[in-house]
Ligand binder design. Sequence first.
Ligand code: HEM
Length: 214
Amino acid sequence: MNILRTAATSGVWMVDTLPILKRLPSWLPGTGSLALARLWRQLVFKAVWAPYTWSKRSFDAGTVLLPNTCATALENMNESRSADREDQLVWAAGTMTVAGHETDDVYQGMHLPEGVNVVANIWLPRHMLHDPEVFTNPMKFDPDRYLNLDSEMEKVTNIVFGFGRRQCPGKSLAENITFAIAATVLATCDIVPKLDEDGNDVIPNVVYTSGIFR
Ligand code: HEM
């Protein structure tokens, strides 16, 4: 982006006014800007082609993650894939990436300034994990709501591990370890309260604390 900004500044480059200058041999004093242009050209080509090549390799190997603009376009091309069409795709995808990262955006009427970090609030009352249309009585602590229904639990696990490409890669491990621990404890232990000196049950006072986990 810096390269584009500098290169596109008008009045800075003599070669814009006198295009014949681009024919000068590179050893000639005063042609430093041509060497710079060649270097920048290489950098831009690399920045645009490297992600495409990676994407295409994953697509051909069947390991591509969707949604992916290049993969979808390659799939649509099918037999008609040609060097020309690939070239068009590479530059279209490259432009989209630069434009997406370097410009403001608007989502549902909200202005998202360039470079902003968007953090999903999955706890939000009346939304996501507390959406009354998805969970009956969502603010109530009610583990029974998941009894015997994997689909009910999936409503939660589809959200708590994040979304899209940055979704937690430890999801399967975490779910399986948690299941193994819970199953082992239930199969091998009696879960009972501890007793005070007089032999009475001590029921802990359960309170939520702030932090990354509650
Ligand atoms: C109950 C357990 C876990 C929960 C609730 C959890 C949740 C999350 C969440 C919400 C994210 C952020 C996703 C996003 O940015 O959208 C994340 C990222 C990540 N998690 Fe987990 N996680 C758990 C266990 C694990 C385990 C066991 C591992 C590794 C063995 C792991 C490795 C990672 C890594 C490497 C990232 C960063 C991924 C990236 O930014 O590309 N997590 N996790």
